[in-house]
Design a protein around this ligand. Structure first.
Ligand SMILES: Cc1cc2nc3c(=O)[nH]c(=O)nc-3n(C[C@H](O)[C@H](O)[C@H](O)COP(=O)(O)OP(=O)(O)OC[C@H]3O[C@@H](n4cnc5c(N)ncnc54)[C@H](O)[C@@H]3O)c2cc1C
Length: 474
């Protein structure tokens, strides 16, 4: 029988073993199914595996999704990345942006600022492409975690076993899938984003929990025809903001189109309708000089041609509870702060650390761990939701006058004696959100010779995947 050891973290985040505890305290690894292989899901998988859980991640996409905008890793998230041992990977993959500038209709730079001021980053804060971070997390976990691509959960049923149900550690969740055979897990985690499938199944329709902040955003790759080198260019017209940038090591550029709008009716899984909405929002912009940035028609065309087109509303997920029985939500599924906050990815990393840590130190019943996870995270989430609401209003300007004023401010800022104070003030607000949590150190019990499933392994609980079922990547 496996020896159990007490684990603490050294500053690198590597487990340092000390002392033994009774082997009988962990009879078999607890099994966890995570829905969603983006940021929150693989980050949680990383920690749970280290804590001795047997982890399966199911992802609806047929392969790892690598699209998306650049995302910030700040404050507490930097600390979590360090404890995970991925901070150096993040730094290597950093966007390494140099400058951000506003341009006029002809693309002439009218105001340029250093990227760190633009992004309100301080100290070890960094910026990385969302897809690069997803890949780092996946590569870190794929050998130890069972990944199932191209499938999705269709039902969750909590079952008691002959010993009872709940906090005594017995019982589990029976899960059915679109493609794979049914299986049973001790816990199920919804890390499947703002439109979470697990949330819908366990808590009800998304409309109850998702609040629209009045704007939409899309991101996509395009050829770097402007020859940008780690630079981002912004152009504003009333109610709309466009951006093109190129980051370190990426031969392509990324386009970003944002527009203000009340809630629109569309299926978040149907890009054709989303592209039509984007076209309508930017109709006429830039088709002639003096009617907006002449790059806009090219950007709309590129959005249509891109294979990584992303489109979503700026929205907050607001819930009274993040868990129900043995099912718990994580990352955007639980508390999406919208892209306006610049904190969604960091919060997903931090939430994964907190949830896994609480599960590791709790008994077999999850209720206490879920409660503590929620208590630790609530304040952090509230501060960032408030920031998101504020920033969402400022993302686009309503009038040409406001736009001219912003340009003027940016133009004079570098020459002002108080420029550092202004930059500090902006950064302070963002930093308050990024650091609004104190991370615990979690001493945990880990089975020596930790569970490490290999490709095609038989699941610890439940049934083997059906023939012809989705790809199992290990
Ligand atoms: C392709 C993509 C591009 C993005 N681009 C941006 C961007 O440009 N700017 C920005 O601010 N944020 C973007 N985001 C959101 C950003 O990644 C999140 O806000 C943040 O990182 C929190 O991550 P998360 O893991 O909680 O959720 P998400 O990153 O949203 O990940 C959810 C994952 O769950 C998967 N999933 C969804 N439904 C199911 C299902 N039924 N079964 C199994 N898996 C499912 C999704 O495919 C995805 O991989 C993007 C997300 C994705 C997936």
């Amino acid at each position: 029988m496996a020896q159990c050891m007490q684990e603490h973290h050294d500053p690198e985040g590597n487990p340092a073993m000390s002392g033994t505890v009774s082997p009988s305290s962990r009879p078999s690894p607890r099994t966890v199914l995570i829905s969603g292989a983006s940021i929150a899901g693989p980050a949680l998988a990383h920690w749970l595996h280290r804590y001795g859980f047997a982890v399966t991640v199911v992802e609806r996409a047929p392969e790892l999704r690598t699209g998306g905008y650049k995302v910030d890793i700040r404050g507490a998230a930097v600390e979590v990345a360090e404890r995970m041992g991925i901070l150096a990977d993040i730094q290597r993959a950093s966007t390494d942006m140099r400058t951000g500038a506003y341009v006029n209709d002809d693309g002439k730079r009218i105001a340029t600022l250093p990227a760190a001021i633009f992004g309100a980053r301080v100290g070890r804060d960094d910026e990385i492409m969302r897809g690069d971070l997803a890949r780092i997390l996946y590569e870190r976990t794929r050998a130890d975690v069972e990944y199932v691509f191209g499938d999705s959960i269709t039902s969750l049923t909590e079952r008691a076993d002959e010993h009872g149900h709940g906090s005594d550690g017995t019982g589990g969740v029976e899960v059915t899938f679109e493609r794979g055979a049914p299986r049973r897990f001790d816990l199920v985690v919804g890390a499947d984003g703002v439109h979470s499938n697990v949330r819908r199944l366990a808590f009800g329709p998304e409309e109850q929990f998702v609040r629209h902040l009045g704007a939409y955003i899309s991101a996509f790759s395009l050829p770097n025809e402007l020859g940008l080198d780690r630079e981002e260019l912004y152009h504003a017209v009333p109610g709309r903001l466009s951006c093109v940038y190129s980051s370190a090591g990426d031969p392509e550029a990324k386009g970003l189109l944002t527009f203000r709008s009340p809630r629109l009716a569309y299926d978040h899984r149907q890009p054709d309708r989303q592209l039509a909405l984007l076209d309508a929002a930017f109709k006429g912009v830039g088709v002639r000089p003096s009617e907006g940035w002449t790059q806009i028609p090219r950007l709309l065309e590129a959005a249509r041609a891109a294979d990584d087109f992303y489109f979503d509303g700026l929205q907050l997920v607001e819930m009274d509870r993040w868990s129900r029985g043995r099912v718990v939500l994580l990352g955007d599924a639980a508390h999406c702060p919208s892209p306006a906050s610049g904190q969604g990815t960091g919060m997903a990393l931090v939430g994964a650390y907190v949830l896994a840590g609480e599960l590791a130190v709790a008994g077999r019943g999850p209720e206490e761990a879920f409660d503590r996870y929620e208590k630790e995270m609530r304040g952090y989430v509230a501060v960032n939701h408030a920031l998101a609401e504020k920033f969402a209003k400022d993302m686009t300007a309503d009038t040409r006058r406001q736009i001219r004023f912003r340009h003027l401010m940016m133009r004079i800022l570098p020459y002002m004696p108080w420029k550092n104070l202004v930059a500090k003030k902006i950064a302070e607000e963002v930093q308050r959100g990024a650091n609004a949590i104190t991370l615990k150190d979690h001493p945990v019990l880990v089975a020596a010779g930790r569970h490490a499933p290999t490709a095609g392994h038989a699941p610890a609980t439940g049934h083997a995947p059906a023939a012809g079922s989705p790809t199992y990547a290990a």
